[in-house]
Design a protein. Structure first.
Length: 76
């Protein structure tokens, strides 16, 4: 039972506010990246709701380069 709960939590769907908080990017920037194919695609949850896979967003974050004091590093 605990494994099923862990699997559900680890691949839950994020709403836009959570994605903005997790990535630190604005909704507009996320939309531009998504339209360019550089961010995970949103999934339709219902007629008026969309969400992003937590696993896909975390994978995208871990694959990004970050700049710290002018030096490019891989995000963890």
């Amino acid at each position: 039972m605990a494994t099923a709960i862990n699997n559900q939590t680890s691949n839950r769907m994020l709403r836009s506010r959570e994605v903005v908080n997790l990535t630190g990017l604005s909704k507009t920037t996320l939309w531009r990246l998504e339209n360019a194919g550089d961010f995970p695609a949103r999934k339709k949850l219902s007629v008026g709701a969309v969400g992003w896979s937590l696993l896909e967003v975390e994978e995208w974050i871990s694959g990004r380069d970050i700049i710290v004091s002018g030096v490019t590093q891989k995000a963890h």
